[in-house]
Write a protein that binds this ligand. Sequence first.
Ligand SMILES: Nc1ncnc2c1ncn2[C@@H]1O[C@H](COP(=O)(O)OP(=O)(O)OP(=O)(O)O)[C@@H](O)[C@H]1O
Length: 610
Amino acid sequence: MKQVLYFARKMHAYAGNILFVNLLGMTLVGFLDGIGMFLLIPLLSLIGILQINAGSIPLAGGLDLLKELPGPLSLLIVLAIYAALVIGQALIQRNLSLRDIRIHTGFINHVRMETYRSLLQADWDFFIKRRKSDFIHAMTDELGRVTNGTYVFLQFAASLVFTLIQIAIAFWLSAKLTLFVIGCGLLLAFFSRVLIRRSRTLGGQTSELARSYIAGITDHFNGIKDIKSNMLEESRNRWLAEWCERIGEERYGHAKLRSDSQLYYKAASALIIAAFVYLSSYLFHTQGGQLLLIMMIFSRLWPRFTGIQSNLEQIASALPAFASLLQLQEQCRASREIRDGELAPEDVAPLAVERGLECRGVSFRYNRQEPVRALERIDLYIPAMRMTAVIGRSGAGKSTLIDMLMGLLRPEEGQVLVDGVPLGGRLLQRLRKAVGYVPQDPLLFGGSIRENLLLIDPEASERQLWEALEFAAADEFVRRLPQGLDTLIGDRGVRLSGGERQRLVLARAILRRPSILVLDEATSALDAENEARIQEALERLKGKMTIVVIAHRLSTIRNADQVVVLDQGRIVQQGGFTQLSKERGKLFAHLLRNQMMPDAENNDLEQLPV
Ligand SMILES: Nc1ncnc2c1ncn2[C@@H]1O[C@H](COP(=O)(O)OP(=O)(O)OP(=O)(O)O)[C@@H](O)[C@H]1O
């Protein structure tokens, strides 16, 4: 319940006191509804359907006054009051509903934005430990359940207030009978705790099923090509069929719970009414008119009890979603990159590295429970305005090292320094702003080429866009497209080839005019001709920006100022390309020979280990 109160307070903080005005309005509507019913009694009496002794009903003294007036006039007055009340109530109700919708949708968007912002502010470590589909689940399903649940909670609070008012009226009419009804309600509430518990358990299953569905479907569409080419359709079909069976059971469980609850309350209501009428007539000798009023109150009160019960079940069912969204927000907060009091990224100027980046005794493990280190005591200096290449076998730790240099990961031991200053806080943000990064699996958004480029620099001119494309050897293929820069490239750039995607992302990175350019296998999908063009472009950049390149294809790093060779998380060699290729019996020469570089053959590589 702690989580529900947290979000209810949030809703209040978002909507302000208008929320209470709305709740009071809801209470007023209920109250007017009661009065409307109350007025039916003089109405029935005036038209002679019911003979009521004014003394037997509170406030019915006015009846005698009405009876003094000519028949049609008194009836008209009562009818006018009745109609005014009902229309007034409907008008207020309409107003409240519209305002409710504004508050409700506004609140969903408020929580959505807040959760999204906290996700964006979380550090990289936070993301690599969790499934992406869980974030999608939180931002869609769980978010909807939480905001609905919060709203139901507020309705429940309003219902409670209104029920108390009705109880007070009922008390005033007959304390004994009201106590009897309340006693029955409490007894029922006691037994219905089991229904609320069941509802909570089912709510947990709902969360789990939705989470596994989104995870499975996301995997499915991310890997649709693999599925089709490896004929995995049948196994995916089986997965979905199993899921459908489970969701069927869960939905049935919810429906059964709802109907059990209704049955329970209806049966109890029938029994109580029977007992109630019997007791009023024979034991308490209640008069006809008063009995009618009490019955009316009872018929108003009892649905309130069932409404409260149903609200409680809905809240209980949403509790797991409340808990998981709150937990996600708390975890995001704990993993925030930008602490309170630090400047927002937009207020920070990009860094210009003057001397260089440095790793001093850096070690890192992805899983602190396991002894394996992705990086082991790395001491490395990356001079500014030079090109540094990082190479090594797959899994050697190259990407981890790059992530460390960009401040995405924090060292477990040691330090990363920029121009001799330890990386962190504002410096980290300034560094991030200065980096142009092209990852192994670059992200393009569904949209046009122009939109994808302008994402980095919305102010970029047409000329700057083409310059960046030219740099990345992408100008020719973009020119050839019928719509040129305005060509739509599909989801994640699916309508482009792997090499075209890489070149576009490279152009985008350049558009930022970064002072540090980081390329992680950024030209792996290119043919020799386009790769050579990018080589030349990088060559021209030397002396203008710091370049760090990860490459499996060693031909790409021939012009690097220094080459760093990683193996099992350690630096095993470091130096110029030619120097390293001459170091016999070492990993670099071995990798070079495996790629059958013509230069390597001149280096008597027969003696190298295989
Ligand atoms: N998110 C992660 N969680 C756990 N372990 C990871 C994670 N990412 C990488 N590793 C492990 O850390 C080690 C280094 O990985 P890294 O991606 O840095 O290697 P790499 O040299 O870039 O490999 P490749 O050339 O194949 O991209 C590997 O053993 C890998 O399994």
